[in-house]
Design a protein around this ligand. Structure first.
Ligand SMILES: [Zn+2]
Length: 944
């Protein structure tokens, strides 16, 4: 071990706290305790020059403190600058697996920028309590300029000392400092001051196998703890009497600086770390509180793939809504805290988490709609603007409610280039909104229903009087745009009052509208417009209902419902599989962290009844609904050893939808859960045998085996989180949000199936005697809302294919399924230019197989910043096209790097290494529109 001049081992004592911002108590309650803690820490830093403190690697602790003690800012700044108070680099200590890669990056960017306000962040990728670590974290840290990580959970058994080389799939690596026994391994060193010398001695002896000759890191602090005020004095007395070791107060950064470089023989690990060798990895959080995971997925997708890129490309640069985006991202990042996103907190915390996601979603959704409304300024009323969030030209479903004359037998949609595409009529709107008889002198009663021009959510557009019949014409669009409503009303009132005692027949008649579906081609990240025309259009790749209403097919995929309600899928390439969609319900005597079956489980797989009906038969959308009724036990018996005999009949409704031109089937499963303590999974047999699965998440396609590594007496289940998609044995399951899955043995000829967790119901944060875990993960506190009673649904898509995921076009299919086209009704005058200028032109195109598009946003001085990821493990060339004039590299935190060459056509060629995450900044010839339009003045609706 490193020794001082007296030959003593150096122990770096790092006083710190681990601050779970909200968990078994809500945020405001823990925050009060945080203020006390930071008060004490600042006092100690003020008065004791030898004291130092590491504030848990997250700026949230600083922000939450300063919100209450704004006067403390200067003190914090001076101690950060002196190097004795270490803050950041994260904004929050997140869970790495349950949020998007982009959320991880924004977290680091946000925390780092905030730390700069105080003198700069701790330059250590501190990851003390995360429930495992994602594969790309070393690349994320390096991309932000960090060379070190500090980790605890998830570290595999092969790591047998304190420092190791952790590599991302792209080959970039960091020096990882493993915290044996966790971030609180010296938390209790000062529990008995009289016995301090013995405690220190025992600590050194315990640590020696991990640290060898290196200085020892002692983490003094744990969940929500404060250091003893007399720490410095205790330490100097200890050092006077200690013979074997010398303890000095340090920060985590101070220790990392003092530690020797990685030895040549240091262990190496490449990729994600989810081992339970020496600590719980708590894999069951991926299925706890699916409502949180769904809300996270919605907010992240809206922010990353709609609000930011569509505004960046289609709205003028000076209207970039940075404060709104910052606020929305802040909510998402706050929720990524490991106890928040995991769903392992008390019910009031979860309620607050859902509100934060709702706010992020409201902001992002409104911004996306404003981008679309801005584009729709150029589109005549009666037509529809269609925006494509994908950086490739593609088709997607457009549903629009359009004014179509009653006498049109067939309607098609016309594209800007004159092409006509087939539509499917989904519904017609009711034409008569009100029909009543009224005396002429009671006309006031009629107009009392009006608010200016608004009547029943429609705009009043005109009237007709025929005899004693008054017809008021209304529409969802104001047509004409400007109307003298007062004058019009005066005319009607005068006419009716002229025959005051006559009975008038009054009708409010809406313009006939049809809701039509079409598969519309839309240019890469650009927009197009469609308008209804009479006559039928082509129907390439049409979806159709086949046989007796128990099957759907298009050119690429056929789906049939079997007698038991499961599906048989047949892809055009010959890949075929039956028995898809068994619903498997079993007991769960675990908790929010870990699934744990009752000693005697009852698995329900047989439906008591099966019914199939169909409502959509193509050519654009074909849909079947399978209704299966199950008798699910109501809960567990009192001691949790078995499921209760009492059951509740639960109807599981599975909607199966096939659309024109899509090689995958859309599945939506819904049920009203009235059972407790159980787990419901959707089983997907694999066309071909496979002992590994690949899952997309956090900038990587990660390969996993069927079980995890155990050792710490936590059952090493092969249940894993997946963010974008799962692929195994020729079956891809495409996801809209994070789900838990397991590759398991099954009855299919391949012997393998994927089990997708639809719902996991539990009633405790942590069960002291969880059958699948020895070391409790938290307090045994009831969380009745985590039973998830009520109506739930989950949507995903199934894509059977030949070859590996790279052969099966899985990433492209996922891009399509996860990102619907966005529409806005045209708001230009009906006689405005057709086709609208720019309609049908791509804005920014990304060519590159397996290259995922993670973000596009505006930076300072007219620069756009794009982040791309090569999901494959081989190098790839990608091209970004779209009137690019300048380009340069950027770090993961958005700092500009060296210039990139753009060719004469405005194209930027990029070479991505295997699994590389690449951030580039671009300038383009802008065609974005002014935004006056987004002021919402067009709608007929007025205050009521
Ligand atoms: Zn924690």
């Amino acid at each position: 071990m490193t020794t001082d001049t007296a030959g003593r081992t150096t122990i770096h004592l790092v006083p710190h706290t681990h601050w779970d911002r909200e968990w078994y108590r809500p945020f405001q309650s823990f925050r009060m305790q945080l203020v006390d803690l930071v008060d004490r820490v600042l006092d100690m830093l003020d008065t004791e020059p030898a004291f130092a403190f590491t504030l848990d690697g997250q700026l949230a602790t600083v922000d939450d403190y300063l919100e209450i003690r704004p006067e403390g800012e200067a003190r914090i700044r001076s101690h950060v600058r002196s190097g004795r108070l270490a803050i950041g680099p994260w904004q929050i200590l997140m869970d790495e697996f349950l949020v998007s890669g982009e959320t991880l990056v924004r977290n680091l960017e946000m925390g780092w920028a905030r730390a700069e306000d105080f003198g700069g962040p701790m330059r250590v990728g501190y990851l003390p309590d995360m429930f495992g670590h994602v594969a790309q974290m070393p690349q994320i840290l390096r991309g932000a300029g960090l060379a070190d990580a500090v980790v605890w959970r998830g570290i595999p058994a092969v790591i047998d000392r304190h420092a190791f080389r952790w590599e991302a799939p792209d080959g970039s690596w960091v020096r990882a400092e493993y915290l044996p026994a966790g971030y609180g391994n010296a938390a209790h060193l000062f529990a008995a001051p009289d016995g301090l010398e013995g405690a220190a001695q025992r600590f050194v002896e315990w640590a020696r196998p991990w640290f060898g000759d290196d200085p020892v890191l002692a983490m003094y602090g744990t969940d929500h703890t404060a250091p003893v005020p007399e720490l410095a004095g205790l330490l100097s007395r200890l050092n006077e009497v200690q013979e074997a070791s010398m303890m000095e107060i340090s920060t985590l950064a101070g220790y990392i600086d003092a530690a020797p470089p990685l030895r040549a023989d240091a262990p190496r690990w490449r990729g994600e770390m989810r081992s339970g060798a020496r600590a719980n990895v708590l894999m069951g959080v991926a299925s706890a509180r699916i409502d949180i995971k769904q809300a996270a997925g919605r907010a992240e997708t809206l922010l990353e793939r709609y609000a930011e890129p569509l505004i960046a490309l289609h709205v003028a640069a000076d209207a970039w809504p940075e404060p709104f985006l910052r606020l929305a991202w802040r909510k998402v990042v706050e929720n990524s805290a490991h106890d928040s996103i995991c769903g392992c907190s008390v019910d009031p915390v979860v309620a607050q988490v859902l509100v934060r996601f709702a706010e992020a979603q409201q902001i992002a959704g409104t911004l996306a709609r404003r981008a679309a409304a801005t584009v729709a300024l150029a589109v005549p009323r009666g037509a529809v603007a269609v925006l494509n969030p994908t950086p490739a030209t593609r088709s997607g479903l457009v549903e629009a409610t359009l004014a179509v004359p009653d006498d049109w037998k067939a309607v098609s949609l016309e594209l800007p280039d004159g092409t006509r595409i087939a539509t499917q009529e989904l519904s017609r709107t009711r034409r008569v909104l009100l029909e009543t008889d009224l005396r002429g002198n009671a006309v006031d009663e009629l107009f009392r229903r009006f608010h200016g021009r608004e009547i029943f959510d429609h705009a009043w557009n005109g009237y007709r009087i025929e005899g004693r019949t008054l017809t008021l014409e209304v529409d969802t669009d104001p047509d004409p745009a400007w109307l003298d409503v007062d004058g019009l009303r005066a005319e009607v009132m005068a006419a009716m009052r002229a025959a005051p005692d006559d009975a008038w027949h009054v009708r409010i008649l809406a313009r006939p509208r049809r809701t039509l579906a079409a598969s519309v081609p839309a240019p890469a990240l650009g927009w197009t417009a469609v308008r209804p025309v009479e006559g039928s259009g082509g129907a390439d790749g049409a979806a159709r209902l086949v046989s007796d209403g128990r099957g759907l097919a298009n050119d690429l995929l056929a789906v049939d419902v079997s007698a038991d309600g499961t599906l048989r899928l047949r892809a055009a390439d010959g890949t075929e599989i039956g028995g898809v969609g068994r619903i498997v319900d079993g007991g769960d005597h675990g908790d929010s962290y870990n699934y744990g079956p009752p000693a005697s489980d009852t698995i329900v797989t047989e439906a008591a009844s099966v019914a199939v009906d169909s409502d959509l038969a193509g050519p654009v959308r074909g849909r079947l609904t399978v209704r299966r009724a199950y008798d699910w036990p109501l809960g567990l018996v009192a001691d949790g050893s078995a499921r209760s005999g009492e059951t509740r009949r639960t109807e599981v409704v599975t909607e199966i939808e096939l659309r024109a031109g899509e090689p995958f089937v859309r599945v939506r499963v819904a049920f009203d859960n009235q059972s407790d303590d159980h787990r419901v999974r959707f089983h997907v047999p694999l066309p071909r045998a496979s002992d590994t699965s690949v899952a997309e998440g956090q900038f990587a396609a990660v390969t996993r085996t069927m079980t995890g590594e155990g050792g710490y007496h936590e059952e090493p289940l092969g249940t894993y989180p997946a963010h974008g998609w799962i692929d195994a044995g020729g079956m891809a399951v495409i996801l809209r949000h994070l789900v838990e899955y397991e590759l398991a043995a099954g009855d299919a000829p391949s012997g393998r199936e994927l089990a997708i967790t639809l719902l996991r119901s539990t009633g405790l944060i942590s069960r002291n005697e969880n059958p699948y875990r020895q070391d409790p993960a938290g307090p045994e506190i009831a969380i009745p809302d985590a039973q998830m009673r009520g109506s739930w649904e989950m949507s995903f898509a199934l894509h059977p294919h030949g070859g590996a995921w790279t052969d099966g076009g899985v990433a492209a299919v996922a891009e399509r399924y996860r990102h619907d086209l966005l529409t806005a009704t045209g708001s230009a005058p009906p006689d405005a230019e057709w086709p609208p200028a720019d309609a049908g032109d791509p804005a920014l195109t990304l060519d590159g197989r397996h290259v995922a598009f993670s973000s596009l946003r505006r930076r300072a001085d007219g620069w756009l910043e794009a982040r791309l990821v090569n999901l494959a493990d081989s190098p790839v060339s990608a091209t970004l096209r779209g009137s690019i004039t300048d380009a340069r590299f950027a770090t993961l935190r958005g700092e500009p790097g060296r210039s990139l060459e753009v060719d004469g056509q405005g194209n930027l060629r990029l070479d991505l290494g295997p699994a590389e995450i690449l951030s580039v900044q671009l300038r383009r010839t802008e065609t974005a529109r002014a935004t006056a339009a987004v002021l919402d003045v067009s709608g007929p609706r007025q205050g009521a």
